[in-house]
Design a protein around this ligand. Structure first.
Ligand SMILES: Nc1ncnc2c1ncn2[C@@H]1O[C@H](COP(=O)(O)OP(=O)(O)OP(=O)(O)O)[C@@H](O)[C@H]1O
Ligand SMILES: [Mg+2]
Length: 504
């Protein structure tokens, strides 16, 4: 029997292949007023399906229907005309344009043709207030914003439009708890007004809270579509991986001598005097809200931003401030940055080259030539260690799924031996089993006497991974918790503290 209301969107036998099949015979549907979660391991095809739905990628075979009518968007514009909007996994804002211009980029010629700048700014303010960014000046260039704020700006842009189907591809990867709550409130409101939402995420707790049904993709095929209540997490994880995720009991870690000492590091306005140390064998977590200064702190330690005051000391080297990442690397630091597109990867270059970039010197022979075979072997081993999924090591990084791009970047620094590893949101967009693998790698590094410093906006991640957690608030450290002292609530409470006691 035909349902009286057709699905908002339905795909019939979709197929898509690049070098290899990426989507095979996908029959997917999302009902009006439904929040439909799409889950699957890195590279399963989630973003590709999303891109087809919003006209960015053409399927090789199959068809689609929207509200019961044939739907074959040839461009993003066609999809937007139907009311389909997407917030991308990879941030897509244009750095040198302002926040306001980015928010209404695709509408600029139509709605704001005669440069009604005042109106544009006003509309931007309303859109920003909706996601809790009331204080952000719409004239700010996007390049000046951190990843979390950029993600909120993208979400604000999508929410400002008349939507019939909203696709969110890993929308919360760089958000902290209060912002996630706010986003969920919006999603619930949209659902109540009949809008359909496709929600792509690796965070199973979020899916349990916000979604009505879940579809699991594995290697480009739909394995199951079920009401959320009928799909326990363990089963979902099994379906995604096609096997039981291995339980891993890690050997205990014993802290050794101090390898990183940071004294009163400052960089106006975000970092306002940070003192901390990390020992050999230790994983130190940095918690805090978006904008609390964690990223700026790590960048200042690493010399990616110039600090205005304070000192950094690695092992017994003289305390100093690094004025470039090259200096920091020479002193024994390694850093996996938050923004893999801008600070990390050379997207058009092969995986192998991106991975060996930081350790080329170790493959140099006296003759000055690279020991190509040794390099190749090391890259292959590292790719295995991080669980990388790609067609070949010669594939350009831009063709990898988001999670596999992140693993490439982590692989680069694992190939180089460093004393201290700085990780900024290392598992953003990484699937559950790869996340466990990355956590294991960090544990191995620590057990082999390295110090790891990890910033994450997921308190659960830090609580399961770290030996100590320093909570940042407004550019200072509000509290440092030892294992056993912390709870999610205590970390959150500290994140809202004002460590300066109200004084600026
Ligand atoms: N332009 C492209 N050229 C070649 N291969 C591609 C291209 N885009 C995607 N792929 C491949 O398609 C597969 C699916 O990628 P997709 O981005 O859809 O995965 P995903 O499920 O979104 O993964 P993630 O969780 O890591 O974001 C991957 O193996 C990827 O390498
Ligand atoms: Mg993806």
């Amino acid at each position: 029997m035909m349902p009286s209301v057709p699905p908002r969107v339905r795909t019939l036998g979709l197929n898509k292949a690049y070098a290899v099949p990426v989507l095979s015979d996908v029959n997917f549907e999302c009902l009006p007023g439904e929040v439909h979660a799409l889950i699957g391991a890195n590279g399963a095809g989630k973003s590709t399906l999303a891109r087809i739905l919003c006209g960015l990628v053409r399927p090789d075979a199959g068809s689609m229907e929207f509200d019961g009518r044939p739907y074959a968007p040839r461009h993003k514009r066609d999809a937007e005309a139907a009311g389909v909007h997407i917030v991308h996994q990879e941030l897509n804002l244009v750095g040198n344009l302002s926040v306001a211009e980015n928010l209404f980029l695709s509408d600029l010629p139509r709605r704001w043709g005669c440069l009604r700048l005042g109106e544009l700014r006003e509309a931007a303010r309303t859109a920003l207030a909706r996601v809790g960014l009331a204080g952000l000046d719409p004239a700010t260039p996007v390049a000046a914003l951190g990843v979390g704020v950029r993600q909120l700006v993208e979400i604000a842009g999508a929410l400002a439009r008349a939507c019939r189907l909203l696709i969110l591809d890993e929308p919360t990867a760089a958000l902290s708890d209060p912002q996630i709550e706010r986003l969920f409130d919006h999603i619930r409101r949209l659902r109540a007004s009949g809008v359909s939402v496709i929600y792509i995420s690796h965070r199973m707790d979020e899916i349990a809270r916000i979604a009505d049904r879940t579809t699991v993709l594995r290697d480009g095929r739909i394995v199951a579509t079920r009401p959320v209540a009928a799909l326990p997490v363990a089963e979902a994880v099994r379906m995604m991986a096609g096997r039981d995720p291995s339980a891993h009991a890690a050997a205990p870690r014993v802290p050794g001598p101090i390898r990183l000492r940071v004294r009163d590091l400052r960089r106006a306005p975000a970092v306002r005097g940070i003192t901390l140390e990390a020992r050999a064998g230790e994983i130190l977590g940095l918690a805090g809200l978006v904008g609390s200064g964690r990223t700026e702190f790590l960048r200042a330690v690493f010399g990616a931003e110039r600090a205005d005051g304070g000192e950094v000391q690695v092992d017994d080297s003289p305390p100093r401030r690094f004025s470039s990442p090259a200096e920091a690397v020479a002193a024994g630091l390694a850093m996996v940055p938050e923004d893999r597109k801008e600070d990390g990867l050379m997207l058009a270059r092969p995986v192998a080259m991106n991975m060996s970039l930081a350790s080329l010197a170790s493959f140099r022979r006296a003759s000055g030539l690279l020991a190509a075979a040794a390099e190749r072997t090391a890259v292959g081993q590292t790719a295995d260690r991080v669980n990388l999924r790609c067609a070949s090591l010669d594939q350009p990084v831009t063709e990898l799924s988001g999670g596999n791009q992140q693993k490439t970047l982590i692989g680069r620094w694992l190939m180089r031996d460093a004393a201290v590893y700085l990780f900024d949101e290392p598992t953003r967009g990484v699937d559950i089993s790869a996340k466990a693998a990355i956590h294991e790698l960090m544990g191995d590094l620590a057990r082999r006497g390295r110090a790891c410093v990890v910033a994450s906006s997921e308190p659960e991640e830090l609580m399961s991974l770290c030996d100590r957690i320093a909570v940042f608030a407004r550019g200072r450290i509000a509290r440092v918790f030892e294992r056993g002292e912390w709870t999610h609530e205590r970390i959150l409470a500290a994140a809202f503290e004002d460590p300066a006691g109200g004084a600026q």
